[in-house]
Write a protein that binds this ligand. Structure first.
Ligand SMILES: NC(=O)c1ccc[n+]([C@@H]2O[C@H](COP(=O)([O-])OP(=O)(O)OC[C@H]3O[C@@H](n4cnc5c(N)ncnc54)[C@H](OP(=O)(O)O)[C@@H]3O)[C@@H](O)[C@H]2O)c1
Length: 332
């Protein structure tokens, strides 16, 4: 039976997610309903993606009994309330990254998911790309020996994107794109807690973080260096260096199609589409959707690859970075 997806928000990433879903077999995945703040937007979205039901409120989507899982593609300040709305109606949820605005909210959501006994995952789609699967397999086999240094960067000129620069829309380099580097380091160090978090950076004139570099130190003299910026392009690569070898991910480290292991490159092909996409390599969202389907079929309440505990860890690292940058003080 197909996994029936409800789509919450008719914005850019929701468009790409539905396009990616439709690259998968229709007997496995169906977008059955979409909700937006305005019915006209929902209807337009439904029409362009052949989705049977369109709602003008998120509540109607929450009340729809014929949905297996809701994909939350709204801007991040809206995540907390929306996810709780769906949990309160017993819905499973895949929520776009970052899961929420701060550690307090993230913990509230993870404990609500456990309380309601629903499936919940932060949509770090990168984790499910074949390149990331291969990296985890190489790390498991200790092909690099002991991992010592990890580098990751995500920089793009997003100064014209309201979501990236405006405080009330959840703007800032870290929440929008820097989180990809943190999740990468966390995967490379097997979800371990860093011993220390050190951050330095600059604020944009809107008050959000503009450019940030973070050093995470892990036990055993291991380090991750993560840079993100919303004012300029970076090479957008990542590297994992171990005592016996090195893995490089050429651009884009968050949605990669190429992997270089000790100098030898392997290329990967993504699903194709003729439909419009807003973001690079977005058909790769299909890997995440299929992973979620497999979790639901197994009756899992969280993903073994992107667990709730790891979402809490990532949020705790970001919280510390904000405190050090002096722009965030809401620590528990
Ligand atoms: N995985 C990825 O590759 C990826 C890429 C980009 C973004 N993202 C994440 O996806 C989320 C949405 O990003 P996006 O680029 O799709 O954003 P967007 O198109 O600017 O907005 C997404 C939706 O947010 C909803 N929203 C709720 N309150 C809003 C408000 N006060 N002002 C404006 N919109 C509001 C709107 O829903 P309605 O349609 O209901 O009005 C809008 O369509 C973010 O959390 C972002 O970090 C992920």
């Amino acid at each position: 039976m197909a996994t029936k997806w409800g789509i919450c928000s008719a914005g850019k990433i929701s468009n790409d997610f539905v396009v990616a879903l439709q690259t998968l077999p229709a007997q496995d995945h169906q977008a059955v309903a979409v909700a937006a703040r305005y019915l006209s937007r929902a209807k337009e979205f439904a029409k362009s993606h052949n989705i049977p039901k369109a709602y003008g409120t998120y509540e109607e989507l929450a009340e729809d009994p014929d949905i297996d899982i809701v994909y939350v593609g709204a801007i991040h300040p809206a995540h907390r309330d929306l996810v709780l709305l769906f949990f309160n109606h017993g819905k499973n949820v895949l929520c776009e990254k970052p899961m929420a605005m701060n550690l307090t909210e993230v913990k509230e959501l993870t404990s609500a998911a456990r309380k309601h006994n629903v499936f919940f995952m932060e949509a770090f789609w990168s984790r499910f790309f074949p390149v990331y699967e291969e990296i985890r397999s190489l790390l498991d086999q200790k092909v690099l020996g002991e991992v010592k240094v990890v580098r990751a960067e995500f920089g793009a000129n997003l100064v014209g994107v309201p979501r990236a620069v405006e405080k009330e829309l959840g703007g800032g380099a870290l929440l929008d794109i820097g989180c990809y580097g943190i999740q990468f380091a966390s995967m490379a160090f097997n979800g371990e807690n860093p011993e220390s978090v050190t951050a330095n950076g600059f604020l944009h004139d809107t008050g959000v973080d503009e450019t940030v570099t973070i050093i995470l130190q892990y036990p055993g003299k291991c380090q991750a260096i993560i840079t993100s910026t919303i004012v300029t392009e970076l090479p957008n690569q990542a590297v994992i260096s171990g005592t016996q070898g090195m893995i490089q991910i050429p651009s884009y480290m968050w949605s990669p199609t190429s992997l270089i292991v000790n100098g030898k490159e392997t290329k990967y092909t993504l699903p194709t589409t003729t439909k419009h996409l807003h973001f690079k390599n977005s058909t790769g969202l299909s890997y995440e959707a299929e992973h979620v389907r497999q979790c639901l079929l197994k009756g899992l309440k969280e993903s073994p690859i992107m667990s709730l505990a790891e979402s809490e860890l990532l949020a705790s690292i970001m919280e510390e970075v904000y405190i050090q940058l002096g722009i965030y003080k809401n620590k528990e």
